[in-house]
Write a protein that binds this ligand. Structure first.
Ligand code: UD1
Length: 331
């Protein structure tokens, strides 16, 4: 391994392309594909993705280092590919509030570049990692895909623009695309160490280190926290479903249950034997108050069911952070 452009000029055929292959969700998909014996090409620019996320599979895949913002590179990386899982993005609502341009170029221009590459290569289907943030703060729960989007943050706007491009490429070019709107995904490998990390990862590491986590706002905001295995399963089901059921459409991917941040904190603290109460700070700009999915559209179109619930997901996640961060007991 090693050379960044490895695979680009070799003419190797890869059945699957995973963008953001070194990220939390992308690497989980790569693992599952490799386990299934598939030929996989992974793309990452390692801006937020981590090489160690590919440790177990890097010898059994083709790794391409490249950036979504590079249109020519996207044409090359799609060559010979049948199916694309597009997970690459500059994620995080607060990051997009602080620096909207960086995520704008990756999430909108980058998704467009990838679609152009996929179209030129004759890719059969692309499944897109969309975001529940598209619903914004409008009334009406649970969220249904038929609701008009009302994004608040730049990140939410960007991920929604990606969806619209995906659907457009189905409608005008016949490239089969499927949009999966994820609701607060958590689990092993989610980066815990950045101020932009997802809350579950961040709190897990802080509790393990004996640091007091801060809840932004009153902690009564609700989220439909969804364990990573459910997302992997949803991606495969959406990729394999009949085109007439999924092409050009949008689907919520979640558990369909809501927990407040205070409840989540309590559940995590219990599993970690962490005794401290949280600190409370000001609410975050761009935050939505509540989030809860209706998952019946995914269920009906491609048989999606959450495989791992909140409690079991938390247990697995805590076990992983303990193992990975070398802390066997927080006491
Ligand atoms: C949002 C999107 C999600 C998207 C994700 C990408 C919604 C409902 N969800 O998640 O679809 O994929 O961004 O990053 O819009 N918090 C704290 N303390 C912390 C960190 C976070 O209290 O140290 C709070 C946040 O203010 C927020 C909640 O925890 O209220 C969840 O935050 P986070 O994990 O960052 O995800 P969302 O912004 O909800």
């Amino acid at each position: 391994m090693g050379h960044p452009a490895r695979g680009w000029y070799t003419g190797i055929m890869a059945k699957y392309l995973v963008t953001g292959c070194a990220g939390f969700i992308g690497s989980s998909l790569v693992d599952a594909l490799v386990k299934r014996g598939e030929t996989v090409r992974g793309l990452d620019n390692f801006e937020t993705g981590k090489r160690e996320n590919l440790d177990g599979v890097v010898d059994r895949m083709e790794l391409v280092e490249g950036d979504l913002r590079d249109a020519d590179a996207m044409v090359r990386v799609c060559r010979g590919v049948d199916y694309v899982f597009h997970t690459a993005a500059v994620a995080s609502v607060p990051r997009s509030v602080k620096d909207p341009r960086t995520s704008h170029t990756a999430n909108i221009d980058g998704t467009f570049n990838l679609l152009e590459g996929a179209r030129a290569a004759g890719v059969k289907r692309a499944v897109y990692s969309a975001s529940s943030s598209a619903y914004g703060d409008q009334p009406g729960f649970p969220r249904r895909e038929t609701m008009a989007p009302a994004p608040i943050s730049p990140y939410a706007v960007q991920k929604l623009a990606g969806e619209l491009y995906m659907s457009s490429f189905w409608q005008v070019y016949g490239l089969e695309t499927v949009n999966l709107r994820y609701f607060n995904i958590f689990g092993p490998r989610q980066d815990p160490g950045s101020p932009y990390s997802g809350v579950m990862a961040r709190f897990s590491l802080q509790m393990l280190r004996g640091e007091q986590p801060t809840i932004f706002g009153d902690g009564e905001q609700g989220r439909d926290f969804t364990y990573i295995d459910n997302v992997v399963s949803a991606n495969f089901l959406a990729m394999d479903a009949a085109a007439e059921k999924v092409a050009g459409r949008v689907f919520n991917i979640a558990c369909g249950e809501q927990y407040t941040l205070n409840e989540t904190y309590g559940a995590l603290a219990k599993l970690m034997d962490f005794q401290e109460p949280p600190a409370y700070g000001p609410s975050r700009a761009g935050d939505v108050r509540d989030s809860l999915a209706d998952i019946s559209a995914a269920r009906e179109a491609f048989g999606y069911e959450p495989l791992v619930g909140f409690e079991e997901g938390l247990r697995r996640t805590v076990a992983w952070y303990r193992e990975e961060y070398g802390v066997s007991s927080p006491k």
